[in-house]
Design a protein around this ligand. Structure first.
Ligand code: ADP
Ligand code: MG
Length: 470
């Protein structure tokens, strides 16, 4: 027989509750007494660790509930036109883009000095949100604008930028390439055709067919911080340029395609994989040097960090800040001294480390140059490439058939440090063809290659013998 309800002892009786409360009070009282009796140093330690944990967990909890990309203060939209544009604001404000992983945690922004964040876009999947410069560099530019407008540092940048000396010249007429010039960047060589092309593709202007004063101010501001968004728009991925797709900007952030992992992650990949990557890097160098648009785009900062490889194995250039654009048509029209002489980049030893020397004056005044092949071989592909912890270059530990049959080591050395006149440009196609064969050769039949090697040597021997006979 089941017990009657009156026989069941309830945990919620008044008597039980009172007893519980008394226990709790006693425990609190005891803890307070214990805390009081602690030495001052221990009290301080306890107090500060409590504050740190509250802040830490507070930040973590906050990051799950708040989307900073909907916050205009975070995006700094109030600073426009001293910003990168507004085209992506709609997507941010409608909660379509959300930070992922570590990028959610704002307190890590202090260590993320490059200001590169990862996010998920409802329709585009993984995207990268970039602030394009370190906070201190952005601050220095703001201060410069304030002083150009005769205002103290920390001025209302959105208003003061209109009264700077540069703004006054921009008000009077069209923006000149000279105004956008940087040390080694998109407009270093200056070209009206390049500027026209930029205006044509530029997504951040107020109206498609007109250029307003505000547009010119914004373009000038972007060029001071980093020309990368301008490069991405002028040479769009959708037209086959090997760069991430530009998805827009909002305030002081731009959103681009996430093109995968940095090249450094592939330093220990299989040789075939590395040959595939090397093939693509040489093809990129080709495209950037010779293209229908008649603009040469020269690398001046080529590192493992500035190239990426996506899940499908496609290589892209991700850091476009220091690419110099040369208008080949303008040079052919103005014919500066020696313009059609072939420009060879001299090898630089740099104490066995990576480096990339270049002369902007020479690059800007020649139509033919081997600079991009030099950059690729010197800093990434050949044994001369030596970036922190990555000795021997990307093609380190090459298999015998690559060295002996495809002559890879010699070709790479010649590309980085040519021993003959025009040696680099002469070997670049041989290199591309060697990579093409090596990447699609995962189960190479060494016997077949050995036979081919013998044939090759015999041919050489007969040729030589024939010559001698003659
Ligand atoms: N579009 C992108 N896709 C994937 N990773 C990226 C992308 N842009 C930047 N990154 C990552 O952020 C790092 C820093 O970006 P980068 O533009 O090179 O900044 P910095 O100019 O400060 O070197 C890169 O090395 C890469 O790891
Ligand atoms: Mg970089």
């Amino acid at each position: 027989m089941l017990p009657t309800p009156t026989n069941v002892r309830s945990r919620y009786t008044k008597q039980y509750k009172e007893k519980g409360m008394a226990n709790l009070e006693r425990a609190i009282h005891d803890s307070a007494l214990k805390f009081k009796n602690l030495p001052t140093r221990a009290k301080f330690l306890f107090g500060s660790s409590l504050v740190v944990s509250v802040l830490f967990y507070g930040f973590i909890i906050r990051s799950f509930f708040k989307n900073d990309l909907m916050d205009e203060h975070f995006l700094e939209t109030d600073k426009c036109p001293a910003c990168y544009g507004m085209s992506a604001c709609g997507q941010f404000f409608y909660d379509r883009v959300k930070f992922t992983g570590w990028s959610k945690l704002r307190f890590l922004d202090r260590v993320n000095i490059k200001n590169v964040h990862f996010a998920d876009h409802q329709a585009l999947n993984s995207v990268v949100i970039k602030k394009l410069s370190h906070d201190s560099e952005i601050q220095a530019i703001d201060d410069k604008i304030c002083s150009d407008g005769n205002r103290p540092a920390g001025c209302d940048i959105a208003r003061v930028i209109y009264i700077t000396n540069t703004a006054q010249t921009l008000k009077k007429g069209p923006i000149q390439p000279e105004t956008l010039k940087g040390e080694a960047s998109m407009f270093t060589c200056g070209s009206y055709r390049l500027l026209d092309r930029l205006w044509h593709y530029y997504k951040e202007r107020l109206k498609k067919k007109e250029i307003f004063f505000r547009d010119k101010i914004q373009l000038w501001y972007i060029s001071m911080v980093n020309t990368e968004p301008l490069m991405l728009q002028t040479f769009p991925a959708s037209e086959g340029w090997p760069f991430p797709e530009y998805y827009g900007a909002c305030g002081r952030f731009m959103m681009v395609e996430d093109t995968g992992r940095p090249l450094g992650d592939f330093y220990h990949a299989s040789f075939e994989k590395r040959a595939d990557i090397a093939y693509q890097i040489m093809k990129i160098a080709d495209k950037m040097t010779n293209n229908e648009e008649q603009f040469a785009l020269y690398w001046t900062d080529l590192t493992y960090e500035n190239l990426s490889v996506d899940a499908a194995g496609k290589v892209k250039v991700i850091d476009l800040e220091n690419i110099i654009v040369v208008d080949l048509m303008a040079i052919a029209a103005t014919k500066p001294k020696g313009w059609d002489e072939f420009l060879e980049s001299p090898f630089d030893e740099c104490g066995g480390k990576n480096c990339l020397g270049f002369s902007t004056a020479k690059l800007c005044s020649h139509v033919n140059s081997d600079h991009n092949y030099y950059a690729a071989c010197r800093n990434i592909l050949s044994q001369y490439a030596n970036e922190d912890g990555k000795p021997g270059g990307l093609l380190h530990d090459m298999p015998d058939h690559a060295r002996d049959y495809w002559d890879l080591e010699h070709l790479l050395n010649e590309c980085a440090r040519p021993q003959t006149v025009h040696g680099r440009i002469k070997v670049k196609d041989k290199l591309i063809s060697a990579f093409e064969n090596l990447m699609s050769d995962p189960n190479v039949d060494v016997n077949v290659l050995d036979e081919a090697m013998e044939d090759k040597h015999e041919n050489r021997f007969f040729k030589k013998a024939g010559k001698d006979e003659e």
